[in-house]
Write a protein that binds this ligand. Structure first.
Ligand code: GLA
Length: 731
C-alpha cells in the first residue's frame, strides 16, 4: 500500500518505489505540516525535522509568539493572511472584504485507485498501481472545506496533488488564489530548472542557482504558452543527467499557470504550482465546489535523467488516454510547408500518390481548405469546404487518397474566428472582447468566447459535420494566438474573473466531445507549434506538434527540452525541405530523418518537387521507422550529450524496458579538426548482456558499451550537420 497513516505520531507516509513523502498533523489545532520528501524510508518518525521549539519554528502554536510559529512551520498548503508571509496557495475574498483563510485537519480517507476529475484532464490508474489520500480540512470561520488530494503512483515514483475547495458555509465568497500544490523544505545548495521559449524556439532549458527571493515562471495569456513550460524543478547544484537529487513539479493543465520557488531567511524554500492568480476570482456560492487541476510531483536521485524517465512512464501509462499511446502512429505527410495555402485536390493527390510509393501512410491536409481561406488574413470559423479548391467537397478527395492505401487527416483551428469570415458577419459578439475597446487581432484572428455554450456548440457542430462527411482518421487541432481583451458578452460581472479557467474547461469539453464521437480518431494538438505543449493536452491527444521550426539542428534543443519532460512518442517531428523555411539552413536529408525519428515521425514537404536523391531515401527512412519506433516510443530515454551545452554535438538513446534493444543517435553539428575523437559512453544497457552494434561485425558486452563507450567520430570525421543512428541488439 502506497499510503499509511500512523496514529501514534499522526503521520501520513506516502511511498513510491523509490521515494517517501511525510505529512504530520500538528498539535491541538491540527495544522497540516510537511515533514519530508526524498529518498525512500522505512521510518515514519521524522517529525523531529520540524524543529519545534528551535529556531526558526521557535514556539508552539499557543505560545506568546504565535506569529513566529505561523510564519515558519512547514506547510502542506499555505493559506493567506494568518501570519505566513511567503507565497500562499489559497486566498479568498469574503463579503466583509477580508482575505484570510486557515486550514485545519478534520478527517481523511485512504483508498486504492484514484477518482477522475470531472471536466479536467487528470492522471488515472488502477487499484493495483495507485493509492489515494484525501486529507479533509476545514476553515471554521468561513465554512470552507478544503480537501488536499494525494495520489501515489508507486511504479513511476510520482505523486499527484490537487485541492478541492467546497463552500460548506452559508456565505458566498471568492477564491482569489487556489493553487494545486505547495511544498516547504530547506535549501540544499539547489539550482532551479525551468524551460522557456518563443514561437519556433520552444522548450529551451534554463538553469540557475537558487538565491534569496522569488523565482518562477507564469503564463497569463490564456494557454500554458510558449514563454515557459508549466514546470519547475529544484535540483542539487552538482546534479546532472545521471546523479543528484531533483524535485520537479509539472502541471496537468493547459491554461494560465504559476510555478515558483522562493527562498527566505534560514534558507527556507517554498515551491508552488497552480492556476495563475492573474484575473482569477472564482465565486463560490454555498454548496459549490472548486476543483484545482493536478500537479505532478517527481523526486529523482538519478539526476535529471531519472526525473525524465519517471515522467515519461507516468505520462505514457497514467495520463495519455489515447489507444494509440503504445502503438506505432502512421507515417504522415503534411502539406503545410509543401504548399501553404496554395493547393487543390489534384495537388494533394499528386503528393499522396508519390508518398504512397515511398510507404508513407497518411496525408494530412493543413490550413486553407475551408471558407475563403486563401491566406492567413481570413476565413477562420467557416468550417465548410472551399469547393474551388476541393471540387465536390471532401469525400471525393478522401476517397482518392484512401484508394492509394493512405489514411487522411485534416487541420482545424476551432477556437478562432477571423473578422473577415461569414461567422463573424453573423456573430460579431462571439469573439472575446471588451465592450468599450477595440480587441487586438493576432494573425488576423480573434478567439471565440467558448465559455458560451451556444458558441462552443455551433463550432463543434461544424467540425463534427466535416468529420462525418468523409473517412477522416486524424485531426490536427491548432490554436494560433493568445487570449487578451478578456470580456464575455454573457458572463455576469461577478463571474468575469472566472473567464480564463472557464475557457480552458470549454476547450477540454470540446475535445472530450470529439473523442467521444470519434473514438478512433488520432488527435494531434498544436498551438503555433508547441505553444500549448503540456500534460493537460496529452490527456486528449497522444501527440503534439512540437514546433514550427522543423530545421533539424534547431530541433535538437527543442526536442531535448521537450524530451526532458514528455515521452518522445508525444513529440510531433517531421522531415522538411531545405533550405529550411525558418533558418535557410541546408542539412543532409539523412540527418533530417534521423532527428525526426526521435518523435512521431513524418514529412512536411512537397515530395513531388524535392531532389530525386532525397526522395530516394524516403522508403528506407520509413522502413527504418517501422523497425525502431517501438524502442523510441516505449523505451527508456537517456541523454548522452547536449549540443545546447557543448555547441558541437548531440547524442541520446532509447533502450527497451527489457534492455534487449537500443537506438543511439549521434548528430555532429559542427565539425572541428584536431579534437579528440567523440567517444560516447552508452547508458541504460544490461552490463552482462552481449550486444551487436549495427554496422560492426564484432559484439560488445553492455559493460563495454557503457564504460568503454564507442567512438562515433574522429577529428577528421563526419562533417557538419551529419548524423548517425545505431540499432543495438542483444545477441
Ligand atoms: C500553425 C501550425 C502550423 C500550421 C499553421 C497553419 O502555425 O503550427 O503547423 O498548421 O499554423 O496556419
Amino acid at each position: 500500500m502506497g499510503i499509511t497513516y500512523f496514529e501514534d505520531n499522526k503521520v501520513f507516509k506516502l511511498d513510491t518505489n523509490r521515494s517517501t513523502y511525510i505529512i504530520h498533523i500538528l498539535g491541538d489545532e491540527k495544522f497540516v505540516s510537511h515533514v519530508y520528501y526524498g529518498h525512500k524510508l522505512d521510518s515514519h518518525k521524522l517529525n523531529y525535522l520540524m524543529l519545534m521549539g528551535q529556531e526558526p519554528v521557535a514556539s508552539k502554536p499557543m505560545d506568546r509568539d504565535r506569529l513566529g510559529f505561523m510564519s515558519n512551520f512547514p506547510k502542506e498548503y499555505p493559506t493567506a493572511g494568518l501570519g505566513d508571509f511567503k507565497e500562499d496557495a489559497l486566498s479568498i475574498r469574503r463579503k466583509n472584504g477580508t482575505f484570510a483563510v486557515g486550514l485545519n485537519y478534520k478527517s481523511h480517507n485512504i483508498y486504492k485507485g484514484k477518482k477522475a476529475l470531472k471536466g479536467l484532464p487528470h492522471a488515472f490508474g488502477t487499484e493495483e498501481n495507485v493509492t489515494t489520500l484525501e486529507l479533509i480540512c476545514e476553515d471554521a470561520p468561513t465554512g470552507l472545506e478544503i480537501t488536499l488530494n494525494y495520489s501515489v503512483f508507486e511504479d513511476t515514483d510520482i505523486i499527484v496533488r490537487s485541492t478541492t475547495i467546497k463552500n460548506a458555509g452559508n456565505e458566498s465568497l471568492y477564491l482569489t488564489r487556489a493553487l494545486s500544490a505547495a511544498m516547504d523544505f530547506d535549501n540544499d545548495n539547489y539550482d532551479i530548472l525551468t524551460l522557456y521559449g518563443d514561437w519556433a524556439k520552444e522548450a529551451q532549458i534554463s538553469r540557475c542557482p537558487l538565491t534569496y527571493g522569488k523565482h518562477g515562471v507564469e503564463s497569463v495569456n490564456g494557454k500554458s504558452g510558449v514563454t515557459y513550460q508549466p514546470f519547475i524543478a529544484v535540483l542539487q547544484h552538482n546534479a546532472d543527467q545521471d546523479k543528484g537529487e531533483v524535485y520537479g513539479m509539472h502541471f496537468i493543465y493547459s491554461g494560465n499557470f504559476l510555478a515558483n520557488v522562493s527562498m527566505v531567511h534560514y534558507e527556507k524554500v517554498r515551491m508552488v504550482m497552480g492556476i495563475s492568480p492573474y484575473n482569477f476570482n472564482w465565486l463560490l456560492e454555498p454548496g459549490e465546489e472548486f476543483q484545482t487541476p493536478e500537479a505532478v510531483l517527481v523526486h529523482s536521485e538519478e539526476g535529471i535523467g531519472g526525473m525524465t524517465r519517471s515522467l515519461h512512464d507516468f505520462y505514457r501509462d497514467h495520463v495519455i488516454r489515447s489507444k494509440y499511446v503504445h502503438k506505432k502512429r502512421p507515417v504522415l505527410i503534411n502539406n503545410w510547408e509543401a504548399t501553404y495555402f496554395d493547393f487543390n485536390s489534384d495537388k494533394l493527390v499528386s503528393i499522396a500518390e508519390e508518398a504512397a510509393k515511398s510507404g508513407i501512410e497518411m496525408l494530412v491536409m493543413d490550413d486553407g481548405w475551408f471558407g475563403i481561406r486563401n491566406d492567413d488574413s481570413r476565413g477562420l470559423g467557416d468550417w465548410f469546404v472551399n469547393e474551388d479548391k476541393l471540387p465536390g467537397g471532401l469525400k471525393p478527395l478522401v476517397d482518392r487518397v484512401n484508394a492509394l492505401g493512405m489514411k487522411f487527416g485534416i487541420w482545424f483551428e476551432p477556437e478562432m474566428i477571423c473578422p473577415v469570415s461569414e461567422l463573424y458577419e453573423q456573430h460579431p459578439d462571439w469573439a472575446i472582447a471588451l465592450p468599450d475597446r477595440k480587441p487586438a487581432c493576432s494573425r488576423s484572428q480573434y478567439v471565440l468566447d467558448l465559455t458560451r455554450e451556444e458558441v462552443a456548440d455551433a463550432v463543434y457542430k461544424m467540425v463534427y459535420d466535416v468529420l462525418k462527411s468523409a473517412n477522416i482518421e486524424y485531426v490536427k487541432w491548432d490554436m494560433n494566438r493568445q487570449l487578451c481583451d478578456i470580456g464575455s458578452a454573457t458572463l455576469p460581472p461577478e463571474r468575469m474573473g472566472e473567464f480564463h479557467h472557464r475557457y480552458m474547461l470549454a476547450v477540454y469539453r470540446m475535445q472530450e466531445r470529439l473523442l467521444t464521437d470519434f473514438p478512433d480518431l488520432l488527435l494531434e494538438n498544436c498551438s503555433s507549434g508547441g505553444a500549448r505543449f503540456d500534460p493537460g493536452m496529452l490527456f486528449y491527444g497522444p501527440q503534439i506538434w512540437a514546433s514550427d521550426d522543423s530545421d533539424a539542428i534547431e530541433r535538437l534543443s527543442i526536442q531535448e527540452g521537450l524530451g526532458m519532460l514528455y515521452p518522445l512518442s508525444s513529440i510531433g517531428a517531421h522531415v522538411s525541405d531545405c533550405p529550411n523555411h525558418n533558418t535557410g539552413r541546408t542539412t543532409p536529408f539523412e540527418t533530417r530523418g534521423i532527428v525526426a525519428m526521435a518523435g512521431t515521425f513524418g514529412y512536411e514537404l512537397d515530395i513531388t518537387r524535392i531532389p530525386e536523391a532525397d526522395r530516394a531515401q524516403i522508403p528506407g527512412q520509413v522502413k527504418r521507422y517501422h523497425e525502431v519506433n517501438h524502442i523510441v516510443r516505449d523505451g527508456d530515454y537517456y541523454r548522452l550529450a547536449q549540443y545546447s551545452e557543448n555547441n558541437r554535438w548531440d547524442a541520446y538513446m532509447s533502450v527497451t524496458k527489457d534492455k534487449k534493444e537500443a537506438l543511439v543517435t549521434y548528430v555532429r553539428v559542427i565539425n572541428r579538426v584536431c579534437e579528440k575523437p567523440v567517444r560516447v559512453k552508452l547508458k541504460g544497457l544490461d552490463p552482462a548482456k552481449t550486444y551487436t552494434v549495427e554496422g560492426e561485425d564484432r559484439t560488445y558486452t553492455g559493460e563495454e558499451l557503457m564504460y568503454g563507450g564507442i567512438v562515433f567520430d574522429t577529428p577528421y570525421g563526419m562533417g557538419d550537420f551529419k548524423a548517425k543512428m545505431l540499432h543495438i541488439k542483444e545477441k
